[in-house]
Ligand binder design. Structure first.
Ligand SMILES: Nc1ncnc2c1ncn2[C@@H]1O[C@H](COP(=O)(O)OP(=O)(O)OP(=O)(O)O)[C@@H](O)[C@H]1O
Ligand SMILES: [Mg+2]
Length: 310
């Protein structure tokens, strides 16, 4: 029995035009806290979110959330979940307050409770001053935050957010991260993002997707532990480097990055100190892990890295 987890078994999606967006995805993750999937444009993230949120049928395979089947128990799942799609926008002719309160009423709350919860949620995303402005007069980021406030105000225990912070300014993004962290305490959040620092800082678990397949999955420590090279050393471009075990990359910042083992990182550090060369050593980031696993840079317009882009 798979109560308490999200489980996908052999999930596949081939669109009508023959495009294979998901190839036999097997995934098991506790429905607690925040799970984030990362991957380049076209990796299949939205397809997976839409299937799990019961908005799209898989071509084959199954998935259950807390033991409920996405096909057979879709109605029950829909009562428990809320979704903010990647391209989701609030209805233009409503205000943020109306958007949220009508959604809450639709989910079964009274008018009074809906209004109060909507006001509270709008204050949390700092939209109280525009709560009565028509949605079409809001900026893109404000529209996005209205939808976030909407699901936040709901009693949904399972929340799908497809790129919740895309298009938000850095301060709003931080506000949303704090809210996501708060929401993740007593609900299950399934989010996709292109911001690796977002996944690193808010997610309890991360799944790495590429070309419709799940390449790796775990918390940051587990992902790091699965890497052959767990340290990143950076030195100026042109530094005379000794033979080492690892991968040498040309960094975006004009420096050379070496992904290597702990022992080699220590050996290099000793040498650089002896030769008075400036350098830095850090555990690999999610960016490095993605690069190493997928052999590509996660940024769509990657320039500079060896083998970057596709
Ligand atoms: N309705 C559709 N019909 C045909 N192909 C589709 C459809 N929707 C998506 N695809 C294709 O399926 C693949 C996966 O798309 P998907 O939207 O799931 O990727 P994604 O990881 O969410 O990308 P992004 O980061 O750009 O949002 C892509 O190649 C895309 O072109
Ligand atoms: Mg997408």
């Amino acid at each position: 029995m798979s109560v308490g987890e999200l489980r996908c078994i052999g999930l596949e999606k081939v669109y009508d035009n023959g495009k294979r967006a998901l190839s036999s995805v097997d995934l098991s993750v506790p429905t607690k806290g925040i799970f984030s999937i990362i991957g380049r444009n076209g990796a299949g993230k939205t397809t997976l979110v839409r299937i799990l949120a019961t908005l799209l049928e898989p071509s084959s395979g199954t998935a259950t959330i807390d033991g409920l089947d996405i096909m057979e128990d879709a109605d029950e799942l829909r009562r428990r979940m809320a979704v903010v799609p990647q391209e989701g926008r609030p209805l233009p002719w409503l205000t943020p307050l109306q958007t949220i309160s009508s959604y809450l009423m639709w989910r079964g709350e009274s008018y009074r409770v809906s209004r109060r919860k909507a006001e509270e949620a709008l204050a949390m995303v700092e939209l109280q001053d525009v709560s009565d402005r028509l949605n079409y007069k809001l900026s893109g980021g404000m529209k996005r935050k209205t939808l976030l406030a909407m699901v936040m105000a709901s009693d949904a225990e399972i929340i799908f957010l497809d790129e919740p912070t895309t298009g938000l300014d850095p301060i709003s993004r931080q506000v949303v991260w704090d809210l996501l962290t708060e929401m993740g305490r007593d609900r299950f959040l399934f989010l996709t993002t292109h911001y690796l620092e977002e996944a690193e800082s808010v997610a309890d678990r991360i799944g790495i997707f590429d070309e419709g397949s799940l390449l790796a999955m775990g918390n940051m420590d587990e992902l790091r532990a699965s890497m052959k090279y767990q340290y990143s050393v950076r030195v100026s471009f042109g530094t005379d480097l000794p033979e080492i075990e690892g991968r040498v990359l040309k960094g975006h910042d004009g420096r050379v990055q070496l992904l290597t083992t702990r022992e080699e990182a220590m050996r290099l550090s000793d040498q650089f100190i002896g030769r008075d060369i400036q350098f830095s050593v850090n555990p690999v980031t999610l960016d490095d892990i993605f690069y190493n696993i997928a052999g590509k840079d996660i940024r769509n317009d990657a320039g500079g890295d060896e083998g970057g882009g596709a």
